[in-house]
Design a protein around this ligand. Structure first.
Ligand code: AMP
Length: 283
């Protein structure tokens, strides 16, 4: 079920498509957890065939980021995929996708999202990140040609940007948005949680606590985004480095000065150098 070459994956998927089978696709960077598995489950339930890609994409990491130490667990991931009834896992190396170990000097064509979508939130600090994401997802869509692709709301900005890319560039794929999966304490699952010690995992709960508190303040009638943002500070201590806490409209993606029922609140913070993100709808 594991394929590493574009040629092989294309052959297999095209056989399915000739038979009229619907193909679901879940792009991932591996180190799979229950968040990824929820996307896989949805695909297995709704499509005839499910393809998962596992690729730690160098194009979406900045020079100071954690590309080298990003968790890799291919054998374990394959086992999880097998148990989840995945039909194919596409795990190419960088050479297969970009021509060299990292990105070859001969790779030039990037998909660059509109400025409006990247001048905020993660795009502000992770310069070029969404160019890398869109480029690899566009490549994967061209290679796999899925009918449906499943993305988590955990990476809300990514989801919005991918939907826009698909619309603007006419990819014949339907993007399916899937809810955030959390552990029993409320922490949003993330491959990067593996970096956290037990103590730091408790510190990481601050993201969810801040969001839950903002939601409850909104429900009590506070709508001013600045006032809502200020409520976060009582939760933060020296272990937490808040990167952003923003309010945007979930449809238009415009920043909100006053929260309303269409508002989504997004947060990014470093917990002892581990950068985590989370978000929630305010109603
Ligand atoms: P990643 O491997 O981190 O690139 O994530 C691959 C896909 O899984 C993306 O669409 C993510 O949004 C999604 N994902 C990651 N964590 C979660 C989670 N806790 N709940 C739901 N989806 C998730």
């Amino acid at each position: 079920m594991l394929e590493k070459e574009i040629f092989q994956i294309r052959q297999k998927v095209s056989k399915w498509k000739k038979k009229g089978l619907k193909v679901g696709f879940i792009p991932t960077m591996g180190a799979l957890h229950d968040g990824h598995l929820s996307l896989i489950k949805k695909s297995v339930e709704t499509c005839n065939k499910t393809v998962v890609s596992i690729f730690v994409n160098p194009a979406q990491f900045g020079p100071e980021e954690d590309l080298e130490k990003y968790p890799r667990a291919l054998m374990q991931d394959l086992e999880l995929c097998k148990n989840a009834h995945v039909d194919l896992v596409f795990a190419p190396d960088s050479k297969e996708l970009y021509g060299e170990e990292q990105i070859s000097n001969n790779f030039f064509t990037y998909v660059v999202p509109p400025y409006f979508y990247i001048d905020k939130l993660c795009g502000k600090t992770r310069i070029g990140h969404f160019d890398g994401v869109c480029t690899v997802v566009a490549k994967m869509f061209n290679i796999i040609q899925p009918d449906f692709a499943f993305f988590g709301q955990k990476d809300f900005q990514q989801l919005v940007i991918i939907k826009k890319m698909v619309q603007d560039l006419n990819f014949p794929v339907e993007i399916v948005s899937c809810p955030i999966i959390r552990d029993k304490t409320g922490l949003a699952l993330s491959s990067r949680n593996k970096y956290l010690s037990e103590e730091q995992t408790k510190d990481a709960l601050v993201l969810n606590k801040i969001l839950a508190n903002i939601k409850s303040c909104y429900q009590k009638g506070i709508i001013d985004a600045e006032l809502l943002r200020e409520t976060a500070f009582s939760f933060l201590n020296e272990c937490h480095e808040l990167e952003y806490l923003e309010f945007v409209d979930k449809e238009t993606f415009e920043e909100k000065k006053e929260a309303d029922n269409n508002t989504i609140v997004l947060i990014a913070a470093k917990i002892n150098e581990v950068r985590l993100i989370d978000n929630c709808c305010i109603v």
